[in-house]
Design a protein around this ligand. Structure first.
Ligand SMILES: Cc1cc2nc3c(=O)[nH]c(=O)nc-3n(C[C@H](O)[C@H](O)[C@H](O)COP(=O)(O)OP(=O)(O)OC[C@H]3O[C@@H](n4cnc5c(N)ncnc54)[C@H](O)[C@@H]3O)c2cc1C
Length: 379
């Protein structure tokens, strides 16, 4: 039976949910307080590594096909190394009979394609419309905006990590602060990136170089302890580029920052409840994780994928509770994995470093172990 969904948040996750629900025949209104997504010629600052399962969902919704090809950066290989122990591991898509391990896409480019497809499918899209309040009763939800009230059957909060809806609903959070900031920027490299996503673990945090469609451009995420992040902020672009190049061990030749640098405080958090009567939390509103494995948005796409399985037929609280349980397990597993990585690589005791280096070298040499790791990274 067709339901009316009100979705707050026009980021990647809210838009994907809106489009998927609309294509199933539900009526959907989406509220976004910002402008409709748009992008220019220059590479956007925020990018995401899109995993296979997320791409499949976006293909089913005919969004992937609508992306400009010159803005998609498929990556065929991954190289991860430990600065201190010289341990290193390399994965190649061919080792698991795949063409690539995923693709790097600019968030705004993906959001713009989602917005366009949602509009075509008949989602009512309200840009520059901030939701300021909500009321949930046993049989309906009401949203308040400056232009009036809206009534629906279900309310989806896809309003990001600070989720005003989650806060207003009083849904408690479990969280810890990583005491790190993630610096993102677009960087030119004199050597081709050859389709490799690279990541080094420094004692002060991991640095990732994500290959863009242009073989001489990468997007970086430098997750640095707060103190180190403040030092990085004070550097000129030239000095920052030199430090970035030193961290890369020369893998990409000369590096030159070609965009502004933006810093995001990094914190792990998840809502203890993702469902309250007719209110559901999706994406970053429900969980945020460390960007070191590029899985935050992928987890959100997983939430949408699982929700769409339920909303495809008649559903009620029982099915939604099952959805909540299943997705919480997926998020907690991801959080635990990120934590193990972060703590494992953050530990600078000499014996631990030795073990870490030996462990990485071992996994790199033992084919079945390596294949298992690649498959889990593919999601
Ligand atoms: C440095 C960094 C690197 C990352 N790299 C990756 C990666 O490689 N791969 C990956 O999978 N993930 C990555 N992530 C995570 C990813 O960016 C997020 O998980 C994803 O953007 C979350 O999308 P969302 O739609 O849930 O939320 P958001 O993108 O935050 O969207 C929320 C929207 O809600 C709107 N909104 C909020 N309140 C209201 C209101 N009251 N009324 C109306 N609208 C409202 C906001 O304007 C916003 O547009 C990274 C994160 C960081 C910080």
């Amino acid at each position: 039976m067709s339901q009316r969904f009100l979705i707050v948040g026009g980021g990647m996750i809210g838009l994907t949910a809106a489009l998927g629900l609309r294509l199933q025949g539900h009526r959907v209104t989406l509220f976004e307080r910002g402008a409709a997504p748009a992008f220019g010629e220059a590479t956007e600052l925020r990018v995401s590594a899109i995993a296979h399962h997320s791409r499949t969902l976006l293909q089913q919704l005919e969004v992937w096909q609508a992306l400009p090809e010159e803005r998609i950066g498929p990556y065929q290989a991954m190289e991860v190394w430990d600065h201190d122990s010289f341990g290193q591991i390399q994965f190649h898509a061919s080792e698991v009979n795949q063409d690539d391990l995923g693709a790097i896409v600019e968030n705004k480019v993906l959001e713009a394609a989602l917005w366009q497809q949602a509009q075509r499918a008949g989602v009512e899209l309200l840009a520059q419309t901030e939701v300021s309040g909500h009321v949930i009763s046993d049989d309906q939800v009401t949203l308040t905006t400056a232009s009036g009230d809206y009534v629906g059957d279900y309310l989806i909060a896809a309003d990001g990590t600070h989720s005003p809806l989650r806060q207003a609903a009083g849904l408690p959070l479990t969280f810890w602060d990583y005491q790190q900031q993630g610096c993102v920027a677009v960087v030119r490299c004199s050597k081709s990136h050859d389709g490799y996503a690279r990541q080094v673990f420094l004692p002060t945090g991991p640095v990732a170089w994500l290959p863009l469609a242009d073989p001489h451009q990468v997007s970086i995420v430098w997750s640095a302890d707060n103190h180190h992040a403040e030092q990085l902020k004070a550097l000129s672009d030239v000095d920052f580029s030199k430090q970035l190049q030193a961290a890369s061990d020369g893998a990409l030749g000369q590096l030159e920052v070609m965009s502004e640098r933006a810093y995001f405080p990094l914190r792990m958090q998840y809502a203890q409840r993702w469902l309250q009567q007719r209110l559901l939390l999706l994406g970053d509103a429900a969980h945020s994780i460390h960007p070191l494995a590029g899985q935050g948005a992928n987890l959100g796409f997983g939430d949408v994928e699982a929700l769409l399985e339920i909303t495809a037929s008649t559903f009620g609280q029982r099915q939604l509770r099952n959805w909540e349980r299943e997705r919480k397990v997926a998020a907690l597993q991801m959080i635990a994995t990120m934590e193990a990585f972060k703590r494992g690589f953050g530990n600078d005791q000499p014996a631990f470093k030795l073990l870490r280096g030996a462990g990485l070298r071992l996994v790199n040499k033992v084919a079945p172990l390596k294949r298992a790791l690649i498959k889990s990274a593919l999601g």
